[in-house]
Write a protein that binds this ligand. Structure first.
Ligand SMILES: *Cc1c(COP(=O)(O)O)cnc(C)c1O
Length: 360
């Protein structure tokens, strides 16, 4: 390391990190990243392009994105006692949350969980504690969580609800127990809310240490990069101080404003995805040697009981289908793969290929 120029300038944890890897998906059926597979009807696209014409690209965007913030609060029926902060994706919000903490702060999250919590905590040199989920059903190990709270007094606990990559909703009474017993903040990450029919948003008034994080990515606007955080005004005020001005560009603001006024389209698409998720689940259950796990999100995690996950992943790729191999993370994810719910024909192509692979 010492003979590489400038390496001494960097913190050791940065030198040891790997950048977030995204698989090349060109010419593949893309079922790896929890994207909504549908685009918009032609007439809506035209209306959207018209709306974009009004974006003054020579000017900086509204630094507070007031109109959009207001719209989001209104749509979620958020009262004046709760504030909002927008991020360039919820990934940026995770970064803001962690950047504001004391150097000696600990972060606690269930494992397996969303990798960015760990990645960003690492990049900031914060202590990160993985709390293993119960192996039988991927639910929270409440006793273990409470013990870790006692032991590490985490400044922030991340709870993805539903969880990625397992797809399940944790027991809501367990989450309330954590809220009651933690001195720190609990971020309930509702990235998959459109598919879950469950939310902690109505608990905001009951727990001052609760923060709700959401994103429009999984809803159908992954290309926009827009996430938001809802919490009590004091907390939002602190995080807002380290948010870079103009983090939400004017094209994103205008597009999100436009899209959110066409919520019915997204609701319709989400319902379709939920229906297709049930069909996908039945099809996976019918394939011998696979064990799919229940999901309240737009993806399904499944374990291979006979063939190595890597072999299945590669054989699917040979058939032009990209999913996510979770097996490398080890532990309870050993031999697990994650498939995103796509369009009907994409899902069928995946199932047909998988049937063939599992029968060889
Ligand atoms: C995808 C995902 C996010 C990231 O959302 P962006 O807004 O696209 O950055 C956050 N949390 C979880 C649990 C996710 O799965």
């Amino acid at each position: 390391m010492h003979n590489i120029p400038f390496s001494n300038l960097f913190r050791p944890e940065i030198l040891q990190m790997k950048a977030y890897q995204v698989a090349d998906s060109s010419n593949l059926i893309k079922l790896d990243a929890m994207e909504n597979p549908y685009n918009w009807p032609e007439n809506l696209q035209q209306q959207w392009l018209e709306a974009l014409k009004n974006c003054p690209l020579n000017r900086y965007p509204d630094p507070q994105a007031n109109k959009l913030s207001h719209l989001i609060k209104q749509q979620n029926q958020i009262g004046s006692d709760i504030e909002i902060l927008l991020g360039n994706g919820s990934d940026e919000i995770i970064q803001l949350l962690l950047m504001a903490l004391n150097d000696n702060a600990s972060i606690l999250a269930p494992h397996p969980g969303f990798v960015m919590y760990h990645q960003i905590a690492l990049s900031l040199g914060l202590r990160y504690i993985n709390q293993p989920l119960l192996t039988e059903n991927f639910d929270l190990d409440l006793t273990g969580m409470l013990e870790s709270i006692e032991k590490y007094d985490p400044a922030i606990i991340f709870i993805a609800y539903p969880n990625n990559p397992t797809g399940n909703l944790f027991n809501d009474d367990d989450i309330k127990m954590l809220l009651k017993n933690s001195n720190g903040l609990i971020v309930v990450d509702e990235a998959y809310a459109p598919f879950a029919n469950a939310s902690f948003i109505h608990e905001l008034d009951n727990f001052p240490n609760l923060l709700i994080m959401r994103t429009v990515s999984k809803l159908g606007l992954a290309g926009l990069r827009l996430g938001y955080l809802l919490a009590n005004p004091f907390l939002i005020e602190q995080f807002d101080k380290i948010r870079l001005p103009y983090n939400i560009n004017c094209l994103t603001q205008a597009t999100a404003e436009f899209a959110l006024t066409h919520q019915a389209l997204f609701d319709h698409q989400s319902q379709q995805i939920c229906k297709d998720r049930e069909i996908m689940m039945q099809n996976l259950r019918a394939i011998k040697g696979l064990m799919p796990y229940p999901s309240a999100a737009n993806f399904i995690l499944f374990k291979s009981l006979v063939k190595p996950a890597e072999e299945i992943f590669k054989a699917l790729l040979d058939d032009g289908i990209l999913i996510k191999n979770m097996s490398k993370q080890g532990g309870i994810l050993h031999n697990c793969l994650r498939v995103t719910i796509g369009k009907e024909d994409e899902n069928m192509a995946f199932i047909d290929s998988l049937k063939k692979i599992m029968s060889i």
